[in-house]
Design a protein around this ligand. Structure first.
Ligand SMILES: N[C@@H](CCC(=O)N[C@@H](CS)C(=O)NCC(=O)O)C(=O)O
Length: 244
């Protein structure tokens, strides 16, 4: 039985959070919407789930994971499920619950990063909401990025294991989530993140350490890692980074 991940095939998006857990664990998985010619594959295969044609609960939106009879949706919940199943999560119940809260918070930050370029409406184009996006971006850069990253920094500093990781003494799925959000923010807000890297060295060091983890380094160098783009959640619009 394989682990089948379903997500839009042309962007990293929120699918990247569970994908990184699968890659870091060296899991045998299928990225179904990127597989044409495989039963249940391609975007059509994904849409069959979304339309309730596969005998599973119907997720609101991708990503979702199918593991045999089980369907798990919501990027943070999938990451937690995979982390706990594949050995990239704390072993104890309090640690697991705490890690889930961290993943949900990373999901909140991801949503806020998205809403910078879509502050008025998800179904409108960026070009239809540029003045509002400019206002939102300033607040996001000056207030929200420091608030979120300062919180992660504090978690790293106060982790009783003093490991440089967010929880416990080894890499977990929440570190992979923080890496992804830091990478996305660095793509979308390079000026703001250069400053954040100076203010929050523990976060920067954690992200660099994840990047150098052998299975992640292999993955990032592979064609399976799609580039960031202005179609995704994190978008490089220089005007939103306080630039021209
Ligand atoms: N909170 C959900 C959000 C899922 C989500 O918004 N997925 C996007 C792609 S990243 C989508 O396809 N949304 C369709 C829609 O909202 O109509 C998660 O983290 O998985």
């Amino acid at each position: 039985m394989s682990l089948d991940l379903y997500y839009w095939p042309s962007i990293q998006g929120r699918g990247e959070f569970p994908r990184l857990v699968l890659e870091a664990a060296g899991a045998d998985y299928r990225d179904m919407a990127r597989l044409d010619g495989v039963e249940g594959g391609g975007v059509e295969g994904m849409m069959a789930f979304m339309e309730g044609k596969r005998g599973h609960p119907v997720p609101f939106a991708p990503p979702f994971l199918v593991d045999g009879d089980l369907l798990v949706s919501q990027s943070a919940a999938i990451s937690a499920y995979l982390g706990e199943t594949l050995g990239l999560a704390p072993d104890d119940r309090p640690g697991r619950e705490w890690a889930r809260a961290l993943a949900a918070t990373t999901s909140d930050l991801t949503a806020e990063a998205h809403d910078v370029h879509h502050p008025v409406g998800v179904s409108l184009y960026y070009e239809e909401q540029k003045p509002e996006a400019l206002r939102r971006a300033k607040e996001f850069r000056e207030q929200r990025i420091p608030k979120f990253l300062g919180w992660y920094e504090r978690l790293i500093e106060t982790n009783p294991a003093r490991s440089g990781w967010l929880v416990g003494n080894r890499l977990s799925y929440v570190d992979l989530g923080l890496f992804q959000v830091a990478a996305g923010l660095a793509y979308a807000f390079p000026r703001a993140m250069a400053e954040a890297d100076r203010r929050f060295p523990g976060v920067a060091a954690l992200a660099a350490r994840v990047r150098e983890t052998p299975l992640i380094a292999d993955y990032l160098a592979s064609p399976r890692r799609l580039p960031f783009s202005t179609e995704g959640i994190f978008r490089a619009y220089p005007e939103l980074d306080g630039g021209a």
